[in-house]
Structure formats: structure tokens, C-alpha cells
Design a protein around this ligand. Structure first.
Ligand code: ATP
Ligand code: MG
Length: 227
């Protein structure tokens, strides 16, 4: 359901030098498959997730998401496709501060073509254990609770793929386990494919498939081989 082909991405650095960041010949995830992505800081994990989500356009190569060739579309069209097909749990949550937990999940449904469903928003917040905090704004929630709102929001549109960028980086080990269990179970129950980035070996060990980006990404693997 996700396929990357010959993805290359470079960034112009402040000194005007163009520096290659990604060179991924191939990467695939099957429908409903759960994959953990690991690799040292700076090896391109967030850049890869942004490329899969169509937030960043690669210099060359193709991203196929649920049979759609995302990389062929304009930024506005990619935004629409993303709203329908993809959930994204950002490392820093990106919740809207002026809105309650419930409103944040409802807003997650705004840009998708499916009808907004207050029942689903409530059900998801119940599922993440926040039915007693529906009307709290982010600054009235603990960090772990904000993280769980972000998970509920990312699942709001029943995406085909959920991307989660270090979703447990800001919580204690007990909550870390809870959030991972929650993400895995929610994806499994709705056959949502999952790509989760982590620095935690305890989290990685809970997945059957663990991919190392520093091996998949030729920019990094070649640099390592040369040093
Ligand atoms: N907009 C940008 N302009 C220039 N360089 C960038 C930009 N975004 C990322 N980079 C560079 O790309 C490289 C990969 O960054 P990325 O955020 O993808 O790493 P990461 O693997 O997610 O790291 P971490 O584990 O620390 O989150 C870094 O060297 C970073 O400096
Ligand atoms: Mg990152």
C-alpha cells in the first residue's frame, strides 16, 4: 500500500551548498503491516516521513500511497490526498492550542472528503482513555494526554497509513508502553498500516519488522562505508 522508488532528496544549506539527505532505492509497506523505523539522529527519518506524507517533495523518485502516485500532484492536491489517506502523529503533537481535545479531533476531519463524525471523535478519545477530558485545551492536559489526543486525531479519518514520528519521546516508560499498545491496537483493529519512528529499543523490540534507515539510505550507508 506504500511504495517508494528511487527517492532522492537534498537540502540547500545556509552556506548555499546542496547536501544530499536521502537516497532510498526502494521501500515498501503492505496493507495493515506494522513497521518500526530506527536510525541515528540526522539519518533522515523525519525527512523520509515528510516525503511519504507529501509534505516535502523529493528531488526525484516516486511515492505510491494506496495506489495513488503522490509525487505527481501539486502541493494543494497532495494536502487533500494526505487528509484522506494518511494520519500523522507529529513528535511535537501540533495540536491547536485554542481548541479542546474534542475540537482538535473534529478539526482533523475537516479536510477529508468523508463526512465529519462527532461519534467517531468521541469514540477515539474514549479509546485513548480521554473521555473525561474532552473539553480540556492542550495546556490543560498532561504531555502524555496531549500525545494521546494527537493519536486520536491522526486516526480520525480512518487512514490507510499512520505515520508516527517518535510518538513516545516525551513520556515516561509506563506511558510509553501505553501509547505504543494503543497505536498498535488501533491500527490492527482497522487494518491501518503503521510506520513508527523511535529511538527506543524497548519500543522497537515490540515489532516484527524493524528497518534501519541508515542501511536503507545510501547517502548514509555509503558515507559510513567510506569512513
Ligand atoms: N529544511 C532543511 N534544510 C536544510 N537541512 C535540513 C532541513 N531539514 C532537515 N535537514 C537536514 O537533514 C538531515 C536529516 O534530518 P531529519 O530531521 O530527517 O533527521 P532524523 O533522522 O529525523 O533525526 P532525529 O532522530 O534527530 O529526529 C539533518 O542533517 C538535517 O540537518
Ligand atoms: Mg526526526
Amino acid at each position: 500500500m506504500l511504495k517508494l522508488e528511487n527517492i532522492k532528496k537534498s537540502f540547500l544549506q545556509p552556506d548555499k551548498k546542496r547536501v544530499p539527505i536521502l537516497d532510498i532505492p526502494t521501500f515498501e509497506i503492505g496493507a495493515g503491516e506494522q513497521v518500526v523505523l530506527i536510525g541515528p539522529s540526522g539519518c533522515g527519518k523525519t525527512t523520509m516521513l515528510h516525503t511519504i506524507a507529501g509534505i516535502t517533495q523529493p528531488d526525484s523518485g516516486n511515492v505510491f500511497l494506496d495506489h495513488v502516485e503522490l509525487t505527481r500532484y501539486s502541493e494543494a492536491a497532495r494536502d487533500r490526498i494526505r487528509a484522506d489517506k494518511l494520519g500523522y502523529v507529529f513528535q511535537t503533537f501540533n495540536l491547536l492550542p485554542g481548541f479542546s481535545a474534542y475540537e482538535n479531533v473534529m478539526l482533523g476531519m475537516t479536510f477529508a472528503s468523508k463526512k465529519k463524525s462527532p461519534e467517531r471523535a468521541r469514540k477515539l478519545l474514549d479509546q485513548v482513555g480521554l473521555s473525561h477530558r474532552l473539553h480540556n485545551k492542550p495546556n490543560q492536559l498532561s504531555v502524555g494526554e496531549q500525545q494521546r489526543v494527537a493519536v486520536a486525531r491522526a486516526l480520525a479519518n480512518r487512514p490507510a497509513l499512520l505515520l508516527a514520528d517518535e510518538p513516545t519521546a516525551n513520556v515516561d516508560p509506563g506511558n510509553q508502553q501505553q501509547i505504543v499498545d494503543l497505536i498498535k491496537a488501533s491500527c490492527r483493529s482497522e487494518n491501518i498500516a503503521l510506520l513508527i519512528v523511535t529511538h527506543s529499543m524497548e519500543v522497537a523490540e515490540q515489532f516484527e519488522r524493524v528497518d534501519r534507515l541508515d542501511e536503507l539510505n545510501l547517502v548514509v550507508s555509503h558515507a559510513k562505508a567510506a569512513s
